[in-house]
Design a protein around this ligand. Sequence first.
Ligand SMILES: Nc1ncnc2c1ncn2[C@@H]1O[C@H](COP(=O)(O)OP(=O)(O)O)[C@@H](O)[C@H]1O
Ligand SMILES: C=C(OP(=O)(O)O)C(=O)O
Ligand SMILES: [K+]
Ligand SMILES: [Mg+2]
Length: 578
Amino acid sequence: MAQSLQFSISISPPTETFSKRIIPRPYLRLPVRRPIVAVHSEIASPSPRVLLSNNATLPTAKLPVLPLFTADLAEAIEVDRVTEAELKENGSRSTRRTKFVCTIGPATCGFDELEALAVGGMNVARLNMCHGTHEWHRTVIERVRRLNKEKGFAIAIMMDTEGSEIHLGDLGGATTSANVEDGDIWTFSVRSFNSSPPEHTISVNYDGFAEEVKVGDELVLDGGMVRFEVIEKIGPDVKCCCTDPGLLLPCANLTLWRNGRLVQEQTAMLPTISSEDWLDIDFGIAEGVDFIAVSFVKSAEVINHLKSYIAAVSHDSCVAVIAKIENADSLKNLEEIIQASDGVMVARGDLGAQIPLEQVPSVQEKIVQLCRQLNKPVIIASQLLESMIEYPMPTRAEVADVSEAVRQQTDALMLSGESAMGQYPEKALSVLRSVSFRIEKWWREEKPHHHEKVKFPDVASLLPNSVSEELCNAAAKMANKLEADALFVYTNTGYMASLLSRCRPDCPIFAFTSSTSVRKHLNLQWGLTPFCLDFSDDTESNLNRAFTLLKARGMIKSGDTIISVSDWLQSIQVINVP
Ligand SMILES: Nc1ncnc2c1ncn2[C@@H]1O[C@H](COP(=O)(O)OP(=O)(O)O)[C@@H](O)[C@H]1O
Ligand SMILES: C=C(OP(=O)(O)O)C(=O)O
Ligand SMILES: [K+]
Ligand SMILES: [Mg+2]
């Protein structure tokens, strides 16, 4: 394809044409420190060169690039459609702060259904590798990308590994589920069956299962949906009698209990990342997913291992690693796991099968707090609106649960079955949305529990990072006191944006980054509105540009108070939008 690059160029001291186009900047009296060169290219090229009047060429990469303010204002800055609509409708202070992750499954894999979730506020689409083929997942990824490109969304993609949990295969007798009665005898087998297993037989995916179980052990399926007692071991087959009737589902998760205690040796033998998981991880990296969530993490080692693998196989890859906290081991090593990872998921489904259910709420609150202290985003997952898989209305208890997670100021909420295979995915998402709006507003206005202020210890260990951290803490405090309309942060790596988010300020945080992958990662963090914007190291022109572009799109207005921080200037600016 022939590429014709067209540039208009002006070099400072500003020429007539240029200075007329620049917007007034009453808030700043800084001298222009360096020549401003404005380059407007029609076609992005890896290293465009500018043709100067004397026919010499100049690589533009060496110049502070500042696109001219042309008619295509809207294209020069990217923000997702939903945020833009929210900002226009409600003003900047009332944008949603809590982020939403939706698991995609048969109910939502179509383009139109995905679009409905996008419109409803989905920030991250989650693909659970426990289900579906690579082909299926690839199709979903392509659709999400198409939505982003054609319809102006910015949905990130999270791949979730299967992990080494022990679970069942298909049910015998080709049924999709079975109502198991008290006293029913089922055989749990480690054999591999060519077709579906015989009646009242079910396969178990862990080869060591038959050797490890003992007569008298209790099998708990899906955290208590059905319980069995082991009555006889016959080679690869384990005969069990139902002691607590219920619904048996294929792929049900299995935990083993002995004398009232969880038997952990069985999972200790399993790798956290299985050989199949590695294939999925390679698939995810190749597809360029934004997050990989690791199931059943037991220690920080596995996270470090995966992170170094990602760095080795893909030099420019920016796949963030999320640790799922869902077993007793992960709780023992909680702090180091959080430190090692780029974010955390409180996977309450499996967690509730491994620790007593009544401990889950306090563990959740503890993880949310620890993540904030350590400056890592956290997702609350599983059964938030479980009844909405079948019903168009949530239960009051579910609304209370979602409210509590929002009150804890978790970064994100996740839908599982509600969006993957439920009957009301959009309705479920709209419940998350309305509850989040309401509780966030209540929090801002009433500052509940302000007396129980949590201490946030310093996170940065290196001096430049400490400066950034102090700047962000101070900027957020100022924003609250001055009732600012928005915080602006110019961020290359996303670090400063995360530090502002950690402060959970009253106003939204507009994070400007030139990296599309950083922008996607910010999708998971509380209160951040990520924008994609090319910026230079000239703070003054960056602010001008953001003001012009955001005003043109009705996202801020003259007179708004903005508090701005950036990494390189290391200062806080308080500005009234001109
Ligand atoms: N890709 C998929 N294909 C088919 N069904 C899926 C898919 N993803 C999720 N589901 C369905 O949604 C349910 C809830 O999703 P999730 O919580 O991610 O999985 P799980 O129940 O396996 O932990 C699953 O049990 C499964 O029935
Ligand atoms: C989110 C969870 O993990 P998965 O759905 O992959 O089991 C969970 O266990 O709650
Ligand atoms: K999983
Ligand atoms: Mg799980």
